[in-house]
Write a protein that binds this ligand. Structure first.
Ligand SMILES: [Cu+2]
Length: 176
């Protein structure tokens, strides 16, 4: 009887895709944050580590946030010795690899901010990937310079895409 019930539950689980046990998602995010902009500035940048545990290269195609009218994918390029930001059509995360969005490199540009950001607040950001998947993270707002390196403590948790640990410091490098 018990076994039949279990079999029934398993059958139901297989029949309904939504009831399938959540597989480990290929893409995970660590240490997202948004830089606190100076007062009156309606543009800022978002950073994070994106890890791809899957067997296929992945491309981040676009991002959006309810806090910003426009979110662009940017990179910094060296143009005759001058670092300039440029929109890019996508940010690749290689199979079994990771890509760091960090100051001076790839970042999300949040423009037309709808309200002033507050330090310690959280900004939802939804990332859209080339396989049609999407992932929403809550990025805490951090004052520039408050991005202290963290060793061990924050690094071991894996992906905390939901910002459950608001006080986590930002690691200097992606550590999954
Ligand atoms: Cu930018």
């Amino acid at each position: 009887m018990k076994k039949r019930l279990l079999n029934g539950m398993l059958a139901a689980a297989f029949l309904s895709p939504l009831a399938l046990p959540a597989a480990e998602p290929a893409i995970s995010i660590q240490a997202p944050y948004v830089r606190l902009p100076p007062p009156g500035i309606r543009t800022t940048a978002g950073f994070m580590c994106i890890r791809n545990a899957g067997a296929d290269d992945r491309l981040l195609l676009r991002a959006e946030s309810p806090a910003a009218g426009v979110v662009e994918l940017h990179n910094h390029i060296d143009e005759n010795g001058v670092m300039k930001m440029r929109p890019v059509p996508g940010i690749a995360i290689r199979a079994h690899g990771q890509t760091e969005l960090k100051p001076g490199g790839y970042h999300l540009m949040l423009m037309e901010l709808k309200a002033a950001l507050k330090e310690g607040g959280e900004v939802p950001i939804t990332l859209h990937f080339d396989d049609g998947s999407r992932l929403t993270v809550l990025a805490p707002v951090r004052r520039p310079g408050a991005e202290a390196p963290a060793h061990g403590e924050a690094a071991g948790h894996g992906a905390h895409a939901h910002g459950a640990h608001g006080q986590e410091r930002v690691p200097v490098a992606c550590v999954f």
